[in-house]
Design a protein around this ligand. Structure first.
Ligand code: SF4
Ligand code: SF4
Length: 387
């Protein structure tokens, strides 16, 4: 890791913020009953044990809302593990947020779903690991979790929530994309994210096992298009591909410090949920107001605008489209967070992408590392998923 970028005190930083944080992601806890090997939570989860209190979260919501934030995602880990979830949802609704619960469904009960409805929760996004019960339970490393998720999906509809289903697509489950679409239709989902894993956190650790090959992605896309063509009504399917096979990077977070604010369980404020891996010191909501952080903190200003950009981004006529790509990806792949995202074929590091994608589909799933706060879980039970 390179040394930390030099940082001045927040008071000495003139703001470069031109918009408020419209989207607040509250990562209430990193604890989770599942152990997905593609989890975007940090690999080092010491923060799990130093969570913000109910009143500290309320302060964050109040301050973000006063600045103009409109969407609030309750995420984790598994946010249902927070006993104060209903209280936090009710408070957020009172402030006028549109609220979204991002959950694995494990730990949800009918009593809780009814209480969340009373609290004013607007929207539920439920994740599945697979459309196949055995594969689902193996990937999440929890027996009977598929059955629980099916029950929760039915309750979500019974309580009239709009329902988004999220399937993380990897080399282990990409061949069953048609089954995923059939299941989503049966469950009467409104939207379905078929989201190929993005390689951060645990997914980065397991990248060689999880990354589908290009031909698998092409076949999956063809299957999705065939399914869409014969659909009359039913869910809207969104296929999110990994940018490792692209020639231009994603417009990460719609630009650093323009739209999204993530607050982690211990109160760290981040411009994106992966940013803590970067050699920057991030502020904490326990020490400063959301407004001070957003407008004046060095880490939030550091990649705003284009002053920081290296060549070729600096003079590129596409820099307003993708903002030079993802800072975390640049750091993970090149060791320098200031470089052009190597996904871009104008980057001098673009050759790295081929080195990575050439290895796709070659690693046995039996050596996957499951997400865990302690040591790795033995992975014998997943041996049948070898790609
Ligand atoms: S990706 Fe899996 S392990 Fe990570 S928070 Fe979601 S359900 Fe839990
Ligand atoms: S050179 Fe930079 S700004 Fe231009 S397309 Fe590539 S990543 Fe985007």
């Amino acid at each position: 890791m390179t040394s930390k970028a030099s940082q001045a005190t927040e008071a000495s930083q003139p703001t470069k913020a031109t918009t408020p944080p419209l989207w607040l992601l509250a990562e209430l806890t990193y604890q989770c009953p599942l152990h997905c090997p593609y989890c975007s939570n940090p690999v080092n989860m010491e923060e799990t044990f130093n969570e913000l209190s109910t009143s500290q979260w309320k302060k964050v919501f109040r301050e973000a809302r006063e600045m103009g934030a409109v969407q609030l995602g309750f995420s984790g880990g598994e946010p249902l593990l927070r006993k104060d979830l209903e209280e936090l949802v009710a408070y957020a609704r009172e402030l006028g947020f549109y609220t979204n619960l991002i959950t694995s469904g494990i730990g949800m009960t009918e009593k809780r779903i009814a209480k969340l409805k009373d609290a004013g929760l607007d929207h539920i996004q439920l994740s599945f690991q697979s459309a196949n019960a055995d594969v689902n339970d193996l990937i999440g490393n929890k027996r009977h979790s598929f059955k629980q998720k099916l029950n929760i999906a039915k309750l979500v509809k019974a309580y009239n929530y709009p329902m988004v289903l999220n399937f993380c697509i990897t080399a282990q489950n990409i061949r069953e994309i048609e089954e995923v679409m059939t299941l989503s239709t049966e469950l009467k989902a409104d939207f379905v994210e078929l989201a190929t894993v993005q390689y951060y956190g645990w997914a980065y650790e397991n990248r060689e096992h999880l990354l589908p090959t290009q031909s698998q992605l092409v076949e999956a896309e063809q299957a999705i298009n065939r399914y869409r063509d014969q659909q009359s009504g039913g869910p809207k399917f969104m296929f999110v591909t990994p940018d490792y096979y692209e020639n231009r990077p994603k417009a990460c977070m719609n630009g650093w410090g323009t739209t999204f604010l993530t607050v982690t369980p211990d109160g760290s404020a981040l411009p994106c949920h992966s940013a803590k891996i970067l050699p920057l010191t991030f502020p904490n909501v326990k020490d400063s107001s959301v407004q001070n952080i957003w407008e004046h903190d060095f880490s939030f200003n550091h990649f705003r605008g284009d002053d920081w950009m290296p060549s070729p981004c600096k003079t590129c006529d596409e820099k307003d489209k993708d903002f030079g790509g993802c800072r975390c990806q640049a750091f993970l792949l090149t060791g320098d967070m200031h470089k052009t995202d190597p996904v871009c074929d104008k980057s001098p590091d673009h050759h790295l992408m081929k080195t990575i994608t050439d290895k796709a589909g070659q690693q046995a799933s039996s050596t996957l590392k499951f997400r865990t706060v302690k040591n790795n879980i033995p992975v014998k039970m997943i041996q049948d998923l070898t790609v």
